[in-house]
Design a protein around this ligand. Structure first.
Ligand code: ASP
Length: 250
C-alpha cells in the first residue's frame, strides 16, 4: 500500500517531512505520527504547540494535551500532559504501558517521571513577552489564538495512526479542557475506514464529536472532503441555533 501523511496547517510541513522519512523507509504509521509531531512540539517558533506555546490567561504554562489513536490496534489511549517538551511521546507511553485511556493531573505527572521523562520549562522568553503584551491589551489575538498539530499517517502495511498535540487555545481559563485529548473530538481513527483530526476552537469540535463524525461519515460512504464539509455544516448549524460564541476566549 502507498503510504500517506497529512497534517493540519502551515506548521505541518516540517512534521510531514519527518513523518514521510519514516514511512518511506518502511516505518510504522505510529512511529511516523509520533516522529512528525515531535518536530513541531520541539520548535519554539510555533506558539501553539509544545515548547514556547501560549500561556493560560493567568500566565502560567498550559497543560499540554496530546492524544493517540492507532488503527487497527487493541489500544486506544489519550493523555493530557504538562511540561514535557514532547507530550505526544508521554501519551504513547500511556497507550503502550498502561490499560488506561486518559491520565490527567498529578497522576499523569508522576507517571511521566516514573517512565523517565524529564520535566521541562516550556516558557520561552518570547512566549512570556507575548503574554505580557496580551495582559496590557496590546496583542492581536488573531496572530496567536490557535494552531494545534494533528497528523494522520497510513503505512505500507495499511495501518493508520493519528497524533494530536497542542498547548490549547491561548489565554484560556485554568481548568478548561479542549478537544485535543478527547477521543473522537480532536482525533479519531478507524481501521480500513480513515482518520481525522481537528484544529481551531476546540469547543466546536467537542460539541459535534468532530473527528469521530468525519470518520463515521466516511464509513457511510462520504468522500473525505464531503465528510469534512458536513462536519463544518453541523458546527455552523449548531452555533447558529444555540447562539454559541465562535471565539470563546480570544
Ligand atoms: N483545538 C485547540 C484547543 O481548542 C486549539 C488549537 O487548535 O490550537 O485547545
Amino acid at each position: 500500500m502507498e503510504p500517506i501523511v497529512i497534517s493540519t496547517w502551515k506548521h505541518g510541513l516540517a512534521a510531514n517531512q519527518a513523518a514521510w522519512e519514516i514511512l518511506s523507509s518502511g516505518g510504522s504509521a505510529l512511529d511516523a505520527a509520533e516522529g512528525g509531531v515531535r518536530v513541531t512540539e520541539s520548535d519554539p517558533s510555533v506558539h501553539s504547540v509544545g515548547l514556547g506555546g501560549a500561556r493560560m490567561r493567568k500566565g502560567w504554562c498550559s497543560w499540554m494535551p496530546a492524544s493517540w489513536m492507532p488503527a487497527p490496534g487493541r489500544w486506544v489511549r489519550w493523555q493530557p500532559w504538562r511540561r514535557s517538551e514532547n507530550p505526544i511521546s508521554v501519551a504513547r507511553r500511556v497507550m503502550e504501558a498502561t490499560p488506561h485511556v486518559l491520565l490527567a493531573g498529578k497522576g499523569a505527572f508522576d507517571f511521566a517521571l516514573s517512565q523517565g521523562f524529564e520535566r521541562t520549562n516550556l516558557l520561552t522568553e518570547e512566549a512570556f513577552q507575548t503574554w505580557l503584551r496580551w495582559r496590557r491589551g496590546e496583542t492581536d489575538t488573531r496572530e496567536i489564538s490557535h494552531d494545534t498539530i494533528g497528523l494522520c499517517a497510513l503505512d505500507s502495511r495499511g495501518h493508520l495512526a493519528v497524533a494530536c498535540t497542542t498547548s490549547g487555545l491561548a489565554w484560556k481559563l485554568p481548568g478548561r479542557v479542549g478537544d485535543s485529548p478527547i477521543c473522537g473530538a480532536g482525533a479519531f481513527a478507524e481501521a480500513h475506514i480513515g482518520a481525522a483530526c481537528a484544529t481551531g476552537v476546540g469547543e466546536e469540535a467537542l460539541r459535534v464529536a468532530g473527528s469521530f463524525l468525519v470518520v463515521e461519515l466516511m464509513r457511510n460512504g462520504y468522500e473525505p472532503a464531503m465528510a469534512c464539509r458536513e462536519a463544518c455544516r453541523r458546527i455552523r448549524q449548531r452555533s447558529v441555533r444555540e447562539s454559541l460564541p465562535s471565539r470563546p476566549y480570544g
